[in-house]
Design a protein around this ligand. Structure first.
Ligand code: SER
Length: 633
């Protein structure tokens, strides 16, 4: 079965059950600062799961682009991915467990033709906050799933939690399919047996998290189904490796061609010792996965290039890791943009933004690759200079070498012992990875096992210190926000609309929103504009926004078709972003209408609620994109 057929089958099946198809939302969340990327189909729908009315209705279905960076170290096996597509369907306060599970069951048994004999399910076993999900157990039994194949599991596997401290949540129930030898399918479901593969997850949102460890019964009950396309596709094709499906295979073939190695899954005992078959396959998967993720992030309608900031930093890391693994399997020339081109061609039929942003993706990919190869050269030079100088007892210019402190008061003398923190510094400052450093050190001189271990430990310790620091920083940075719809976040959301309209008045009609990030403490808006704003322009924008606030303008919401919205002059990224019906928020009505934007909401009812607006900072975000941070007081 082909990916395009499976994707379509899912969407059409649920459309026939009354769901309306909506396009995939952007991979870069627009109003949810709790995450860097859209990690599930439900994430962009949080406001509707909490009671906002969705213009397309109470039943939705789509295939959502998702990025998860949490499992990045697991990438390299057959089924962990940084970028993946999540097939999903939702009920907002419409059908409930009975109908939901029946539909999911019908989809896999009738539509996909998977035999009930090979199915098993997990349900929530209950804890002090919520009881066991007996309702689901009853439905599964009624559908003919044997009790021995229904496994109650604890919260860590069968409960959906919001990303922050607030939001819709509840128990979930997952379906599994036996991929082992069909003759030996066990009667009892054992979730630890890897032959049982998860093929779908129904989250039964009946609670709302209202603080750490605090839950209340939700006002509105929702169903949130998520089904990983890559996994299901592999299962449907009898494969235990997602990379063999048509979503990845052409990429792997190109990597084979570039490296002259084969994607051979049979372990070769002779080769394993010196980076044999399994390592080659792992590297090939990492390259395919990482470049696919980087291509999708850059090729998004709100796409970003590699940088040292937030999502751009993830792109940078993904590309660099891909290059690094390319080196390991013998690809020593630039290759990333060639792979990106294959990925774009494979996926543009489903995600047309990839084609639209192709040039941006390819040129940035090339630039990043060249930059990194230069980094590698520089790192190598620093290392070898250091080592050679040390061997000869030479005096060398310390300025080029980080952490090279004088030893025994002899200025310029390179310390005799290579330390892990020194290599970490090279990694930090030049991006030169540890494994490469170690390879070089070993090549240049004999270094004993103990020294190698010591260096690695020292490096890891430094790395850990650094990660702890940045974790603390980002926990603060991405806390709170619109996902939990706090009063402050809603105010900032309306202020964002005002600011965009004011920027267009002051700077011109070329200004469009390129990204937005809201916390309880501030708003941040990225917009297209080529130059630094002057202090006068900043003042003007502030004044205009404050004037609108003082005018006590009402904020009104109307539902309409995309075309009507476009004709009414509403702002929005029209391409491929919205469903058929959209909400349009206007600030001010009639002649005094100041801003009109397509938006999911929510917003304040009147601008008088906003207080005083002030821009704190204006800076570059990426090429042709400026960023402002502002506060309300
Ligand atoms: N939110 C659930 C998941 O990510 C189902 O869509 O698995």
């Amino acid at each position: 079965m082909k990916s395009k057929d499976l994707r379509r089958k899912y969407i059409e099946f649920f459309k026939a059950k009354g769901h309306v198809e909506i396009p995939s939302a952007s991979l870069l969340p627009e109003n949810d600062p709790s995450v860097l990327f859209t990690t599930a189909g439900m994430s962009p729908l949080v406001p509707f799961l909490l009671g906002e009315k969705h213009p397309a209705g109470a039943r939705l279905v789509n295939s959502q682009k998702c990025i998860r960076t949490g499992d990045i170290d697991e990438v390299g096996d057959g089924f962990h991915h940084t970028f993946f597509e999540m097939l999903g369907h939702w009920s907002f306060d419409d059908y409930w467990k009975d109908e939901a599970l029946k539909m999911s069951f019908e989809f896999v048994t009738k539509e996909l033709g998977l035999d009930k004999k090979y199915l098993a399910v997990s349900v929530f076993e209950g804890d002090k906050n919520a009881p066991r999900d007996d309702e689901s157990i009853e439905v599964w039994k009624k559908l003919g799933i044997d009790e021995k194949r229904i496994k109650p599991l604890p919260k860590d596997s069968n409960w959906w939690e919001p990303t922050g401290d607030n939001g819709p949540c509840g128990p979930c129930t997952e379906m599994f399919y036996w991929t082992g030898d069909k003759k030996f399918v066990p009667d009892v479901f054992d979730p630890a047996d890897k032959n049982w593969v998860e093929i779908g997850n129904d989250v039964l949102m009946q609670y709302e998290k209202v603080g750490e460890n605090k839950y209340k019964i939700a006002k509105q009950k929702n169903i949130d189904n998520g089904t990983g396309l890559e996994r299901l596709l592999a299962v449907m094709n009898g494969l235990d490796d997602d990379y063999r499906t048509d979503l990845f295979w052409p990429i792997i073939q190109k990597i084979e061609e570039l490296s002259g190695k084969t994607y051979d899954l049979t372990p070769d005992p002779l080769l394993v010792k010196e980076r044999g078959t399994s390592d080659t396959v792992r590297s090939m998967r990492i390259i395919a996965d990482h470049l696919r993720a980087a291509t999708f992030i850059m090729g998004d309608n709100l796409g970003v290039a590699s940088s040292n900031l937030d999502q751009g930093y993830v792109v940078r890391k993904l590309i660099r890791r891909a290059i690094r693994h390319g080196k390991l399997i013998g690809i020593d020339k630039n290759f990333c943009s060639e792979i990106a081109e294959i990925i774009i061609n494979l996926m543009k039929g489903v995600y047309s933004e990839l084609e639209k942003n192709k040039e941006f993706v390819i040129s940035n990919m090339k630039e990043e690759e060249e930059k990194f190869r230069k980094t590698l050269e520089k790192g190598l030079k620093v290392l070898t200079t250091h080592m050679r100088a040390r061997d000869k007892g030479d005096i060398i210019n310390q300025e080029n070498i980080p952490n090279c402190s004088p030893v025994d008061g002899v200025k310029g003398y390179v310390p005799p012992v290579i330390t892990g923190d020194w290599l970490f510094d090279i990694y930090q400052k030049l991006g030169f990875p540890l494994e490469l450093s170690l390879e070089e050190i070993q090549k240049e001189q004999k270094i004993n096992k103990f020294d190698l271990e010591r260096i690695k430990n020292e490096f890891e310790e430094e790395m850990k210190k650094h990660q702890d620091l940045s974790r603390t920083a980002s926990a603060g940075k991405f806390k709170g926000g619109l996902a939990n719809q706090s009063e402050m976040a809603i105010k900032y959301h309306t202020a964002t609309h005002l600011t965009l309209a004011a920027l267009r008045k002051v700077l011109g009609e070329h200004v469009f929103q390129r990204g937005s990030n809201i916390t309880d403490e501030r708003m941040r808006l990225d917009f297209s504009h080529g130059e630094k704003m002057t202090p006068e322009q900043i003042k003007q924008v502030e004044n205009i926004v404050n004037e609108q606030i003082q005018k006590n303008l009402p904020v009104e919401c109307e539902e309409m078709n995309v075309d009507e919205a476009k004709n009414s002059g509403a702002m929005g990224i029209f391409e491929n972003k919205y469903g058929e019906r959209v909400k349009v928020y206007s600030v001010g009505a009639g002649d005094v209408c100041f801003s009109k934007e397509i938006c999911g909401g929510p917003h304040v009812e009147n601008t008088s609620e906003l207080g005083h607006f002030k821009i704190l900072k204006e800076e570059a975000s990426s090429a042709g994109v400026r960023r402002i941070k502002a506060v309300l007081s």
